[in-house]
Every structure is written in structure tokens, then in C-alpha cells.
Design a protein around this ligand. Structure first.
Ligand SMILES: C[S@@+](CC[C@H](N)C(=O)[O-])C[C@H]1O[C@@H](n2cnc3c(N)ncnc32)[C@H](O)[C@@H]1O
Length: 250
């Protein structure tokens, strides 16, 4: 049998954090129980940090917007939602969810200084080889008094353990999507924002344990995403996942 068995090509293994992974996972973005499920929970928590727009026509720039998972959580807040991302296959889906998209790099955003009332950078910085440049762009885009909201993974041993070695074995995080060498030290991020005129405050967050366990059990049983999605809740430590929120000085 050995000589005649069909040769199946092994799945292509891309390097960690290779953006082509988002093309391969393009069908997963909007599946509530899919590989990007946790991004939905995080998007809801991020949107909760964004107040209603303070003026007509206010602009929210969503750096690394992916397929626009933030969009449904901004409904009714009064922003024009512009998303910037490298991945065209994701941007097509973002457009379908009402986001005005720009195919571009978060380290060189083709938008004007001070154009944004809010800049969101959800689960982006830990994917950018030079996160400081992306932060520089986020701060540059903010108008004086504008708001930066973000979430990312801390550059700690426990973060590498939880987000990569454990997380990527669970169905909530795609394998190989993170390169832990790019994780973002929370104190350095706060300092970088301060240098750029944004006073960022950070807090640790995590999925609520009961909701997450229930979700994993339902998923393992093939019940599907019935019931409420797990909530992202504050936690005492920023050592793994954390949110940041801060305003640009006026
Ligand atoms: C983990 S996903 C997060 C997507 C979205 N913010 C969300 O929370 O649903 C990371 C996204 O960042 C994008 N990305 C990675 N590096 C980027 C860069 N340098 N410039 C713009 N987008 C980038 C990827 O294409 C992907 O859509």
C-alpha cells in the first residue's frame, strides 16, 4: 500500500504572526463559536470604553480593524467608523458591516493628523513588529482631547504561558497567530503614550471564568453558541491581557 497511497500535501505551516493566517482564517471572523470568538468578546469590552460621540460627524479610526467586529458594538454611538488593516480579505467583511475601510499599515496610516475623535487599537499592537510606531500613529491621528482605547498582551512570562502555550491549545485562539516576541510591556506602552501626549491608564482584563467554561463545554458538545457569550471582566493583574484608555492632551 505504501507505494500507491495518495500523497496528500501537509497543511501549510506559516511562521508565527504571519498576516497570511488571516486570509486562511477569513471564514472564521464572524462565526461566534469560531477561531476568533474571543475577539468578539474583546470588541464588546473595548466598545464599552467608548462614550457616545460628542459632536456630529465624529470619527473613530479602528487600527487593525480586521473584519470589523467592533462595528455592532458602536451602533447608536454616533461615530463614522473608519477601519485600517493590512488584510484585504478581512476588510471586505468589515465593509459589509458598515466600516469605511483603508487598506494600509498601522505604522504609516494614510489619514490626517488630528482627524480622529477616537482611535481604537484592539488586539493589534502585539502583532506589529514595531508597536511604538503604531502607537505613534494612533496618537498622531487623535485630535486634542481625543480618546485612545486599546487592548493587547503584556510582555511577561505568564502572558506567553497563558496566551500562547495554553491559549493556542484552546479553540478561542488560532494556533500560531501570536509571536510572543512582539508582546507589549504595559509600562513601556504607558510611557510611550505619555511621550506622545496621551495619558494612558491600563487595567488587566480576562474572560469571565464561568462564561468561558460554559462556552467551552457547549462548543465541545457541539451545542453551538447558544446562551450569552462570555464577558470580558476586569482583573487585578495586567500580566496577561490588558486594556488601555487615555486622552490626548488638549
Ligand atoms: C487579532 S486581529 C484583531 C482584529 C480586530 N481589531 C478585532 O479585534 O477584531 C489583528 C488584526 O491586525 C491586522 N494587522 C496586523 N498587523 C498590522 C499592521 N501592521 N497594520 C495594519 N493591520 C495589521 C491583521 O490583519 C488583523 O486583522
Amino acid at each position: 500500500m505504501g507505494d500507491t497511497a495518495p500523497v496528500s500535501s501537509p497543511p501549510r505551516v506559516l511562521p508565527r504572526n504571519d498576516p497570511r493566517q488571516y486570509d486562511e482564517l477569513a471564514d472564521e471572523w464572524w462565526r461566534p463559536d469560531g477561531a476568533f470568538a474571543m475577539l468578539h468578546w474583546l470588541a464588546e469590552a473595548r466598545a464599552a470604553l467608548v462614550p457616545p460621540a460628542s459632536r456630529p460627524g465624529a470619527l473613530l479610526v479602528d487600527l487593525g480593524c480586521g473584519a470589523g467586529l467592533l462595528a455592532p458594538h458602536l451602533t447608536g454611538k454616533g461615530y463614522r467608523h473608519v477601519g485600517v488593516d493590512l488584510t484585504r480579505s478581512a476588510l471586505g467583511q468589515a465593509t459589509a458591516h458598515g466600516v469605511t475601510v483603508v487598506n494600509g499599515d498601522a505604522i504609516a496610516v494614510p489619514l490626517a493628523d488630528g482627524c480622529a475623535d477616537v482611535v481604537a487599537a484592539g488586539e493589534l499592537l502585539e502583532h506589529v513588529p514595531d508597536w511604538r510606531r503604531a502607537v505613534g500613529e494612533a496618537c498622531r491621528l487623535l485630535r486634542p482631547g481625543g480618546l485612545l482605547v486599546l487592548d493587547t498582551l503584556n510582555d511577561t512570562v505568564v502572558s506567553r504561558l497563558v496566551a500562547v502555550h495554553i491559549g493556542e491549545r484552546l479553540p478561542t485562539v488560532p494556533r500560531g497567530i501570536h509571536d510572543p516576541r512582539l508582546f507589549v510591556d504595559a509600562r513601556e506602552l504607558v510611557a510611550e503614550c505619555a511621550r506622545r501626549g496621551v495619558s494612558l491608564r491600563v487595567r488587566g482584563v480576562r474572560p469571565g471564568l464561568r462564561g468561558m467554561l460554559g462556552w467551552l463545554v457547549r462548543r465541545a458538545r457541539g451545542v453551538g453558541p447558544s446562551g450569552r457569550a462570555p464577558r470580558i471582566v476586569p482583573t487585578w493583574s495586567t500580566a496577561v491581557l490588558y486594556q488601555g484608555r487615555g486622552r490626548r492632551q488638549g
